[in-house]
Design a protein around this ligand. Structure first.
Ligand code: NAP
Length: 487
């Protein structure tokens, strides 16, 4: 086989990961890439999620690319439209349009061992060959619909929070809101003032911390523009504080207990009714499930037109949600804030590597990878935001930048080494996963709760067990000794 002169790269997904990688490849002088996106626009979750009140939970200075700082964010925690606008601007500024294939869904990919290339199949039946496959499909892109009997026959409009239907009028309506996760705490306070009644169905409560949000004054924005270093310091400060949360969730849990104590104190202050308060106190340590960040969640639950139901939903009958205690809760509109299929990673894509090995089969006992980036037996395939790279606190954009850098270096290494493919060694992947699972076993994420980070058997497949700085250090450069290189 002739040595490759310029590796072609297919990136699946045009969210933060895909766009960031596109920019970095261009900056590295690698122009031979395509970003394939199933939707008609870029932005990933920031395009899909349009629910009222959607803002980012991570301050904008850290939740944006370090190599493309935006100096005029309107506030610390910007709204969805501003973040989507930022991503669209990135596409414009770096001329990524020419690389985008919108409205094209990747159905699967097969590694052709002879040719040393990936054969990508799209949903319209077309096939394309590339050298390197990079998935940037996120962990929160596929809404999960709960298996509640009768749900499909609900008498009124019913939609998932990530597919919000703005055609449905909520004014004066009785709304049933199922789920109390990071999405629900943002939209329930927005819809409660207009709805006649909101019944919130809570399966388990969450710890809630305040949101230190504020607008940036024009003077501050001018300062950031004039002296970008000041913004860099702000970014570093946010990052360091979030690393402290990671410490609290992993190696130094007394710090977590202190944070939890502050949450309990706030709850006592803001919710005087002991009955409601008891419903809102989680029975697991802070951080086990995603910590929520809100200033108006508790106030909303105390509105006269909002009620909190703890009983599990047994079935939906006509326009009523019937709970396990037999009570009927009538509703005109049903909103599912029930989260995402987070454990299946690249599904529904079918990916087959060396010897036709199916990735879903390889991941039968829970997804795993080396550094969340590469899977043994799947050469020249890299994942952005893959297994064990989610954070209990911190910015995924920071993690993505580490991964993006690694992928660019891997593409360069392939060219430099004149290799047709690189495949992470099985023993390297196993040793890595043994180590992180041992560390995760001592973390707060295994401390007695169910969450979207863990499989039913209890394996934590989503979260990174350490500081984001450790991840940055370990992904600085692909160690060629970790890989089998085929020339
Ligand atoms: P989520 O955190 O997974 O929450 C899903 C909620 O639905 C939970 O309260 C869950 O209860 C409940 N639920 C699921 N099935 C149910 C059923 N059959 N009956 C009753 N309740 C049920 O989903 P999410 O709120 O969409 O958030 C997902 C993630 O997206 C977040 O953790 C966060 O990482 C990200 N996010 C970020 C932002 C932001 O940055 N602004 C905003 C939104 C989301 P249990 O807890 O008991 O399972």
């Amino acid at each position: 086989m002739a040595p490759r002169s310029r590796a072609s790269v297919c990136i699946v997904g045009a969210g933060f990961g895909g766009i960031g990688l596109g920019i970095r490849l261009k900056q590295a002088g690698i122009d031979s890439f395509t970003i394939v996106e199933r939707a008609e626009g870029v932005g990933g979750v920031w395009r899909d999620n349009v629910y009222p009140g959607l803002t980012c939970d991570v301050p904008s200075h850290l939740y944006s690319f370090s190599f493309e700082p935006k100096h005029d964010w309107s506030r610390r925690f910007p709204k969805r439209d501003e973040i989507l606008g930022y991503l669209e601007e990135c596409v414009d500024r770096y001329g990524l349009e020419d690389h985008l294939r919108l409205g094209t869904e990747v159905a699967g990919a097969d590694f052709d061992e002879e040719a040393g290339r990936w054969r990508i199949r799209t949903a319209d039946g077309a096939e394309h060959e590339v050298d390197v496959l990079v998935t940037a499909t996120g962990q929160l892109s596929r809404p999960a619909r709960p298996p509640i009997p009768g749900l499909d026959q609900f008498a009124g409009p019913c939609f998932h929070s990530a597919r919000w239907d703005h055609e449905v009028e909520l004014e004066g309506k009785r709304v049933a809101a199922v789920g109390v996760g990071a999405s629900a705490v943002q939209y329930v306070p927005e819809i409660a003032p207009e709805a006649e009644q909101v019944t919130v169905f809570q399966r388990s409560p969450n710890w809630v911390i305040p949101k230190p949000d504020r607008p940036y004054r024009p003077r501050q924005r001018a300062l950031f523009r004039r002296f970008p270093r000041i913004q860099a310091v702000s970014r570093a400060w946010v990052w360091a504080r979030l690393e402290l949360f990671i410490l609290a969730f992993t190696r130094f849990q007394p710090l977590g207990r202190f944070y939890q104590w502050t949450c309990e104190r706030r709850l006592r202050r803001e919710v005087p009714d002991p009955e409601l308060r008891a419903k809102l106190i989680p029975d697991y340590p802070l951080g086990c499930k995603r910590v929520l960040i809100s200033n108006d969640w508790y106030a909303t639950l105390q509105r006269p037109n909002v009620s909190l139901v703890e009983q599990p939903i047994a079935e939906v009958r006509g326009d009523q949600l019937i709970t396990a205690d037999g009570a009927a809760h009538p509703a005109d509109v049903l909103i599912l804030g029930t989260g995402f299929a987070t454990l299946e990673f690249l599904a529904p894509m079918e990916v087959r590597g060396l010897g036709g090995r199916d990735l879903n089969e390889a991941w039968r006992d829970g997804a795993e990878a080396y550094l969340g980036l590469a899977v043994s037996g799947f050469p020249n395939m890299f994942m952005l935001y893959g297994p064990n790279t989610n954070l209990g606190a911190g910015s995924i954009v920071y993690m993505l930048e580490s991964q993006i850098n690694y992928v660019v270096e891997a593409v360069r290494a392939l060219e430099r080494e004149r290799a047709s493919w690189m495949d992470v060694r099985r023993e390297v992947q196993s040793a890595f996963n043994e180590d992180i699972q041992t560390r995760l076993a001592d973390s707060v994420w295994t401390a007695g709760c169910t969450s979207w980070y863990r499989t039913e058997s209890g394996k934590v497949t989503n979260n990174w067990p350490g500081f984001t700085l450790e991840y940055r250090r370990r992904t600085r450069q692909p160690e060629l000794a970790d890989y089998v290189l085929e020339s």
